[in-house]
Design a protein around this ligand. Structure first.
Ligand SMILES: [Zn+2]
Length: 128
């Protein structure tokens, strides 16, 4: 169980100014993104961050280390970073609109089956 508050705000992070024809990419798990965010953006120590994610400190350290290595590899090898669900557990059901890229969560279920922003029905469930 790796608790993640909300999914990353993007599906892919791509380098600009290089030839992307080979289209190599690195899968960054939601929990790896969360670990990096808690430690290096929110500036929590590993004890606090591990408690928030519901994992032991060694497990947190492993997830965090894996995240850093993936980001470093993506930067050095100019690879696209894709965010994928991995082993995350989220309190709410998260959805993303593939038309306008809005992200939203609904406690129970989508009632109308469309995007609350643009009304597109091209919606992706992120908790999977
Ligand atoms: Zn939309």
């Amino acid at each position: 169980m790796r608790k993640v508050v909300e999914p990353p705000h993007f599906k892919e992070y791509r380098p600009v100014g290089i030839n992307l024809k080979r289209r190599q990419s690195i899968d960054l798990f939601y929990e790896e993104y969360e670990a990096l965010k808690l430690a290096d953006y929110d500036l929590l120590n590993h004890k606090e961050a591990s408690e928030l994610m519901g994992v032991s400190r060694p497990t947190f350290a492993r997830i965090y280390e894996s995240a850093r290595r993936k980001i470093a590899r993506a930067l050095v090898e100019t690879q696209t970073i894709k965010t994928v669900f991995g082993n995350a557990v989220m309190d709410k059901e998260w959805y993303m609109c593939n038309n306008c890229h809005a992200r939203f969560n609904i406690p129970n279920k989508i009632i109308q089956g469309d995007c609350p922003v643009c009304r597109s029905e091209n919606i992706e469930h992120l908790n999977k």
